[in-house]
Design a protein around this ligand. Structure first.
Ligand SMILES: Cc1cc2nc3c(=O)[nH]c(=O)nc-3n(C[C@H](O)[C@H](O)[C@H](O)COP(=O)(O)O)c2cc1C
Length: 436
């Protein structure tokens, strides 16, 4: 095992340590005990301390609480089946624990603990625990006689000797009406104990992000990317320096998060991300038509640098200098504002996000974004300085939200920024789901 578990700290030390699970990603295993309902509360307490949580349930657990409750609380689909084909390599028992900082099973039933002790793997959660390379905590919860039974006590001694960290159980009134030892620790105490243990272990590197998997499962994400090209005549055109990298990185990240992704792209030389549906367009009008055709979507992200103007009328013949034609003789019409149209249209996505590339400095950008966000009727505007980000592999981003708040995402590769943004989109959608 590469990540060595530490000995459990005493509950008494809890009050002296400021707990944090920031940037931690935990697998929460739920087995079949009456305390399974308390695991719902545990999801919240872990999140309060900054962790992201992937729930895995045994078949027994599903007799007590539904996957729906955990999915709604964690914002991720719940895993229950080791034969699931939703994991890229088809091996969730390996992948889920590899991506996590540890596994906590709460409640851990007598049956689950006995199987864990015996090394059985007829449940995804058991396979995960056996294949783990990080710490494993169990929070037993059962009737006091089940807990005191020599079989259970022998299993606990074996598990402890193998480095499994045992949290509780507590003494007190039980669901069966008896009083004794066997109650699951309170979710708040479990969360704080995990934080204490993990703070004694190596911290994740700065900028570490939790996995995207499942965060946008079942959602349609529609993205525009790249420049548009507006013909002046059959051989000349107006375009800009947008490379499409940000939009393509977002498409790839949204796909990894489980979304169905449609990418409407202007002319760029980039490879289409795996399993992304790409539509190539040239002009702003073509881009708008493709966007309208592919609505509805849960999220629209307008990353494309769409030309504001196009030449009015047909451009059949090449303009000739000798015939006195010059640029000033052309007449121009304004292109549609695709972002504003989507945000005000009848098929408005739940989340409308725009990108705004401006020149000037960060202070000017800060001043410009609120007015632009309001004018576009978007939910979120991602500002960036064109001179630093256009045609570059990295970017600094300034996020402007509707409530007036801003967040600066310091310069990082666009692939990394895309992952941050997709997490943000998933958080916003989850918040919306809870209010509707
Ligand atoms: C109403 C009810 C409550 C139960 N509560 C517990 C419990 O709190 N702890 C426990 O270890 N087993 C409890 N059991 C027994 C387990 O549910 C049973 O052993 C089950 O097979 C465990 O499934 P698992 O391996 O997924 O944990 C309970 C059974 C019932 C019917």
């Amino acid at each position: 095992m590469s990540k060595k578990p530490l000995a459990p700290s005493a509950t008494a030390c809890l009050s002296s340590v400021k707990p944090s699970l920031a940037n931690r990603h935990l697998v929460l295993g739920v087995s079949g005990g009456i305390a399974a309902y308390k695991a719902c509360e545990l999801v919240r307490r872990l999140q309060d301390l900054g962790a992201s949580v992937q729930v895995v349930m045994t078949a027994g657990a599903q007799h007590f609480v539904t996957t729906t409750s955990f999915q709604a609380l964690s914002g991720r689909p719940v895993f229950t089946d080791q034969w699931s084909d939703t994991v890229a390599n088809g091996m969730p028992h390996i992948e889920l624990s590899r991506e996590s900082d540890g596994i906590v099973v709460a409640p851990a039933s007598a049956d689950f603990l006995a199987k864990l002790c015996a090394g059985l793997t007829d449940e995804l959660l058991l396979s995960l625990c056996l294949a783990r390379d990080g710490p494993l905590w169990v929070a037993p919860a059962m009737n006091r006689q089940m807990w005191e039974n020599p079989a259970t006590q022998a299993n606990m001694a074996t598990l402890r000797s193998r480095g499994v960290l045992v949290l509780g159980p507590d003494h007190g009134e039980q669901a069966c009406g008896e009083v004794g030892q066997g109650r699951m620790l309170e979710p708040e105490d479990i969360a704080r104990l995990l934080a204490v243990h993990l703070q004694e272990m190596p911290q994740p590197p700065a900028g570490h992000l939790p996995p995207l998997r499942g965060r946008l499962a079942g959602r349609h994400v529609l993205i525009t990317a790249g420049p548009t090209q507006e013909p002046i005549d059959p051989v000349r055109l107006i375009t800009n320096r947008s490379s499409g990298q940000m939009g393509f990185a977002l498409a790839a990240a949204a796909q990894r998060a489980g979304a169905r992704v449609t990418l409407v792209s202007g002319p760029v030389g980039l490879r289409t991300p795996d399993q992304v549906h790409r539509i190539n367009v040239q002009t702003a009008l073509e881009m708008q038509a493709a966007v309208v055709e592919h609505l509805p979507a849960a999220i629209f992200v307008g990353v494309a640098a769409v030309a504001d103007w196009r030449v009015a009328g047909p451009v059949h013949d090449k303009l000739k200098k000798q015939s006195g034609a010059d640029l000033s003789s052309l007449s121009w019409v304004e292109n549609p504002d695709i972002l504003a149209c989507v945000a005000q249209g009848s098929s408005r996505p739940d989340l409308v996000v725009g990108f705004a590339a401006e020149t000037g400095d960060l202070d000017q950008l800060r001043q410009q974004l609120p007015e632009k966000l309001a004018r576009k009727h978007a939910d979120l505007l991602v500002g960036n300085l064109a001179q630093d980000s256009m045609d570059q592999a990295s970017a600094q981003l300034l996020l402007q939200s509707r409530d007036g708040s801003t967040e600066l995402l310091e310069t990082a590769p666009k692939t990394h920024q895309a992952e941050r943004l997709v997490h943000r989109f998933a958080d916003l959608l989850n918040a919306l789901d809870k209010t509707t």
